[in-house]
Ligand binder design. Structure first.
Ligand code: DGY
Length: 322
């Protein structure tokens, strides 16, 4: 009897338990080498596939989606973000698109908090001093950072991750300010101060943490004009998407000392990134590890598979974005 299970093209190597479930329930075409597919060749790889399971490293723009074979019914991305997928093009072709929200909230909020603390205290340069053999002795004026206790944290985008960062920051006695399209419910606000616009919030941010999706409206949101609205020596943290920041403007503000420090986990055009960051001692740089825990990456894979299971059972997938 021929194998009737749907064919799923998987673009990257996934956690073992996720690949095992994929192989149990689908005819999975896995990427054993984990090499990145050239977007232009993705449609060829999808020949005969009923669904694609891509990652944020794959660019499914309108041209790629238009070239996908007619057999592709669903794109189940292994990510909460879907700025790498042209939703309108998918909709136009009747292709369902799903994502993996919720399961990476805690891990990503943890990395945002880690970057807030590391950037404010200069943990990376202190560690480098020790590793390079430059530590002479404890010094009353050595490696002085900024205290976060009692400072104001501004959150740009009070969605799941923004709220989880606020919760963590309250544990450090930070006062929470936020802006979003609308105020969140009182229980989620938990005393945070709402500002109707980013411009109104920025002067109140000793630390600014970015938590909005990348859209045409948020691209280069943090530019020179908005940096100028932040208090002197503010700290900026980005765990959302690199494109939200104008790199030239951020680098200039870090270089001049107008901003005290930045903590970045994401970069415009990653894995390439503006090389100007490398020379800055006051920038903590991580390679997009917000969701990189064993538990979270398994959960992301299982969520993507729950979405596919629903599609192929004729049900509405739990996390449909198009
Ligand atoms: C996502 O899921 O969009 C994250 O950026 C991956 O960590």
């Amino acid at each position: 009897m021929s194998d009737q299970r749907p064919v799923v093209l998987v673009t990257r190597r996934l956690p073992e338990a996720v690949e095992a479930r994929l192989q149990r329930d689908y005819r999975a075409v896995l990427n054993g080498t984990d090499a990145l597919y050239d977007p232009a060749t993705l449609p060829q790889h999808c020949e005969g596939a009923d669904a694609v399971l891509p990652c944020p490293t794959d660019r499914l723009d309108a041209a790629v989606i238009a070239a996908l074979p007619a057999s592709v019914k669903a794109i189940a991305t292994f990510s909460v973000g879907y700025d790498h997928i042209d939703l309108a093009a998918a909709k136009a072709r009747g292709i369902i698109v799903t994502n993996t929200p919720d399961v990476l909230t805690a891990a990503t909020a943890d990395i945002a908090m880690l970057l807030i603390l590391a950037a404010a205290r200069g943990a990376h340069s202190a560690e480098a001093l020790l590793r390079m053999g430059g530590w002479q002795a404890w010094a009353p004026t050595g490696q002085l950072g900024l205290e976060v206790t009692g400072k104001r944290l501004g959150i740009f985008g009070m969605g799941r991750i923004g709220r989880a960062v606020a919760k963590r920051a309250r544990g450090f006695d930070m006062a929470i300010h936020y802006t979003d399209t609308n105020p969140v419910a009182a229980e989620d606000e938990a005393g945070a101060v709402y500002h109707a616009s980013a411009e109104a919030m920025l002067p109140h941010c000793d630390v600014l943490s970015l938590h909005c999706p990348l859209t045409p409206e948020t691209r280069r949101f943090l530019n020179a004009e908005r940096i100028a609205l932040l208090p002197e020596r503010a700290v900026v943290v980005n765990t959302a998407r690199g494109g939200i920041v104008d790199d030239e403007a951020l680098i200039a503000a870090l270089k001049s000392g107008r901003l005290a420090a930045a903590g970045l986990d994401v970069y415009d055009g990653e894995p390439r990134f503006h090389q100007g960051y490398l020379a800055l001692e006051n920038a903590v740089l991580l390679p997009h590890i917000g969701s990189a825990t064993v538990e979270t990456r398994n959960a992301m894979g299982f969520t993507a598979l729950d979405n596919l299971d629903a599609v192929f059972a004729g049900r509405e997938p739990p996390n449909r974005v198009a």
